[in-house]
Design a protein around this ligand. Structure first.
Ligand code: AMP
Ligand code: ZN
Length: 488
């Protein structure tokens, strides 16, 4: 299996430390509001990674954090604590806010068939560990105290910027406004490990530096180490985290542990809406609830996401979601055709000159699917294999079985979806039968007589009968399945 490593900017062969327990850490939500569909795209990417690794036979130990304290309104550690701000606005406690939005978040994961990581770690449950971590960094000379907190001295960490490939001198030169905000910082890009809490800050804990609360970045360094140890196999997040959050995580972790702490960094690209950024002011921070309110199924959004490679930007429009819903419904319906078809061996071989040429077509589909998913999670290519199999010239139960066996990776509820398609078909047939029943017996009799006349080649009689039927307000259309009567 190959995956793209943001650190090396290359696709690399994936070699975990222990294939029975691949150690993955994913940056999770800050639970101060509903997650939007952009966030959900990143968790669908995380889920695809989980599912592909599992299909390839790896065991997983996957940790995701829930940030319920300490993420300031700017990722670069300025502004208010997002949790506190939301709590003040809603006149609730930050804990109530966190609980409410955490529940909403997990409900969204469930609706999108995103499997829960093995371990969910809440920041407020790990404050002691974070304090120890900061103490450790201070002892090693990486942390320094100011009047409002403890900061990480990035000049002491020569590797700063290696993930985003930003140059330290540029980091030091830039951000002059930030210096103005906090003139005690040694360098503008130094970031908070711990913040001293003003009295009005609701969430605060005792520490060697008085009452306070942790910085956002320290949370991920501490919790990943606590559950997964000094070296993770894979760390995931969205691309926005590369330049600040993950750069800071690397600085903290490597400074304390003294060596590399993540083997593969994986980042999901952004979801755009109507070609631009999602923002509250544009009113386009749609949620899964918004999609449901507009009549879409959450899995149509999942299908939409799976059609874009995780490392490419994906543009959300309502038309595109409509197309995804139509395609997913068609996928279920075509699967039903195969499900109801005879079960017989497929002996076709792949024509032409390509990689799979001459191979049995089912073996080729299987191989191509496997190739796609293990080539840096090329799920769009894997889906094209599904469609290739669906469009095979003769319906076959084995095609249904084959495609359903891929749902461990796709997570599209293919079996249940096929059953729903069957219900839909039955309802449509019933409706058609009901329409048929509404046709008066006299018209049906005339239609029968006309068919008989046609059979006996009495075409003049048939035409006369058609005219009589028309006189009663019905039109006859001859189809391969026989005549269809419609009211005019
Ligand atoms: P946050 O709760 O803001 O930390 O975001 C949760 C996750 O969603 C992070 O991994 C972000 O990188 C990711 N994310 C935020 N906005 C988008 C977006 N528009 N498209 C894809 N992922 C996003
Ligand atoms: Zn994180």
């Amino acid at each position: 299996m190959k995956i793209y490593n943001t650190l090396s900017r290359r696709k690399e062969k994936f070699v975990p430390q222990d294939p029975n327990e691949v150690k993955i850490y994913s940056c999770g939500p800050t639970v101060y509001s509903f997650a939007h569909i952009g966030n959900m795209r990143t968790y669908i990417f995380m889920d695809s990674l989980r599912r592909v690794l599992k299909r390839e036979g790896f065991g997983l130990k996957h940790v995701m954090n829930v940030t319920d304290v300490g993420h300031l309104t700017s990722d670069a550690d300025e502004g208010e604590d997002k949790m506190e701000k939301a709590a003040r606005k809603a006149q609730k406690s930050p804990y109530e806010i966190a609980e409410f939005y955490t529940a909403a978040f997990f409900k969204d994961l469930e609706r999108l068939n995103i499997d829960r990581p093995e371990i969910i770690a809440k920041a407020t449950d790990h404050i002691d560990g974070m304090i120890e971590y900061v103490v450790g960094l201070c002892e090693k000379g990486y942390g320094y105290e100011t009047s409002d907190g403890i900061y990480f001295d990035i000049a002491k960490f020569p590797g700063y910027g290696k993930l985003s490939r930003a140059r330290l001198d540029e980091q030091l030169a830039g951000g002059s406004e930030r210096v103005a905000v906090n003139s005690e910082k040694h360098n503008p890009a130094d970031f908070a490990l711990w913040k001293k809490a003003p009295k009005e800050h609701i969430m605060q804990w005792p520490s060697p530096w008085g009452m306070g609360y942790p910085g956002w970045h320290i949370e991920c360094s501490e919790m990943s180490r606590e559950y997964l140890g000094d070296l993770l196999d894979i760390h995931t997040g969205g691309v926005d985290h590369i330049p600040i959050h993950h750069e800071n995580e690397i600085a903290q972790s490597e400074a304390l542990i003294g060596k590399k702490t993540v083997n593969y960094w994986m980042h999901g690209e952004f979801l755009l809406v109507d070609g631009g950024k999602m923002s509250k002011s544009l009113g386009n921070t749609y949620t899964i609830d918004t999609l449901i309110e507009r009549g879409f199924s959450p899995l149509a959004f999942r299908y939409f996401c799976l059609n874009g490679h995780y490392r490419n930007k994906l543009n959300f429009t309502w038309e595109a979601l409509e197309a995804a819903q139509t395609a997913l419904d068609r996928l279920y319906d075509t699967l039903l055709t195969h499900k109801n078809a005879p079960d017989s061996e497929i002996t076709d071989t792949v024509p032409g000159e390509g990689r799979y040429s001459g191979m049995n077509i089912m073996d080729a589909w299987r191989k191509e699917f496997e190739y796609a998913i293990t080539d840096d999670l090329n799920i769009p290519l894997a889906l094209s294999v599904v469609w290739k199999a669906l469009r095979h010239h003769t319906p076959n139960r084995r095609i249904y079985d084959f495609i359903v066996s891929l749902d461990d990776v796709l997570g599209l509820d293919l079996e249940a979806g096929t059953e729903k398609a069957a219900e839909k078909r039955a309802a449509a047939e019933e409706e058609a039968a009901a329409e048929q029943n509404e046709i008066p017996p006299e018209v049906l009799e005339l239609s029968e007589a006309r068919m008989q006349a046609k059979k006996e080649k009495r075409y003049a009689d048939a035409d006369a009968l058609r005219a009589r039927i028309a006189g009663l307000g019905y039109k006859v259309t001859d189809t391969r399945e026989g005549p269809v009567l419609t009211k005019e």
